[in-house]
Design a protein around this ligand. Structure first.
Ligand code: ZN
Length: 85
């Protein structure tokens, strides 16, 4: 599906190409194991994975937790890194 989304940074995120370099597919560990047990590697990933678009300008992640027809949740990288421990 071709999509265009205006990012908060002003960039337009386009995901029309197949494969798309701005589109990622997010899958929980539990869901991945269910998929592998039932269908084998790669089969069905597109049906069950959460679509994620990344803005190539600012790195924001547009996560479609409830499918492409519902409003996404947008994440931005924290400016500072937390130290481990
Ligand atoms: Zn952006």
């Amino acid at each position: 599906m071709s999509t265009r989304r205006l990012c908060y940074c002003g960039n337009i995120i386009r995901s029309g190409e197949i494969p798309s370099d701005v589109e990622w597919h997010l899958l929980s560990d539990v869901r991945l194991f269910e998929l592998l047990e039932k269908e084998g590697p790669a089969e069905g990933v597109f049906d069950v994975a959460t679509r994620v678009h990344i803005c190539p300008e600012c790195g924001r992640l547009v996560v479609h937790w409830q499918g492409l027809s519902k409003p996404p949740t947008i994440y931005i990288e924290e400016p500072e890194k937390l130290e481990d421990g």
